[in-house]
Design a protein around this ligand. Structure first.
Ligand SMILES: CC(C)(COP(=O)(O)OP(=O)(O)OC[C@H]1O[C@@H](n2cnc3c(N)ncnc32)[C@H](O)[C@@H]1OP(=O)(O)O)[C@@H](O)C(=O)NCCC(=O)NCCS
Length: 160
């Protein structure tokens, strides 16, 4: 199954992924749902996107792209809210989410960033071609090969 673009979180069942993430001490799925429902972040600025892997209507992995707020990087976007339910890990779901995010991002942005923070995901990003940096709350960066079929612009927002 490939990643699906999510335009409305309430069309899907987030129960397992929310409970699993909270029980591991990760807040990203909770923040994703809270911010989406409040209208604070719907991954709907120009160039932004939210993808998920679904098992029927059940969300088993998620990852999104927000415009990067940090200045000095050119047209940059940030990978955010990447999380895979533990029993679905090691099957390439995060890689395929990231591949889809990179493809989408390359239509609009020149640079992809991430803030891994205290998460044990540095190896994951470095394995997938991100370079460590320490800049404005960004831990890793990847320069994108620009896609000529691009059209779109940038805008505002930030954090992991
Ligand atoms: C990190 C995470 C997203 C990886 O998800 P996953 O679906 O198991 O990853 P994949 O199966 O797609 O792995 C893709 C590749 O990365 C490698 N990889 C995965 N996690 C890794 C890690 N922590 N360190 C180094 N490599 C890693 C895999 O071995 C695989 O390599 P291969 O394709 O060459 O065999 C998942 O473990 C997770 O949700 N962790 C908790 C939340 C988190 O840390 N999110 C990141 C937010 S910044």
């Amino acid at each position: 199954m490939g990643p699906e673009r999510i335009q409305s979180v309430d069309s899907y069942d987030w129960t397992e992924i929310l409970e699993a993430s909270l029980s591991e001490g990760h807040r990203m799925v909770n923040r994703l749902l809270t911010d989406f429902r409040a209208g604070a972040n719907r991954f709907d600025l120009p160039g932004e996107v939210l993808f998920a892997h679904l098992d029927g209507h059940v969300v088993v992995a998620v990852g999104g792209l927000n415009v990067e707020e940090a200045k000095g990087l050119g047209k940059a976007a940030r990978v955010r809210r990447l999380y895979v339910v533990p029993r679905w890990r090691g099957k390439g779901l995060a890689r395929s989410l990231l591949d889809e995010i990179i493809l989408h991002a390359s239509r609009t942005f020149d640079v992809l960033t991430v803030n891994v923070g205290k998460l044990d995901a540095r190896g994951f990003y470095e394995h997938l071609g991100f370079t460590p940096i320490d800049y404005a709350g960004i831990t890793h960066i990847k320069r994108l090969a620009h896609n000529p079929s691009s059209h779109a612009i940038g805008a505002k927002r930030a954090s992991a």
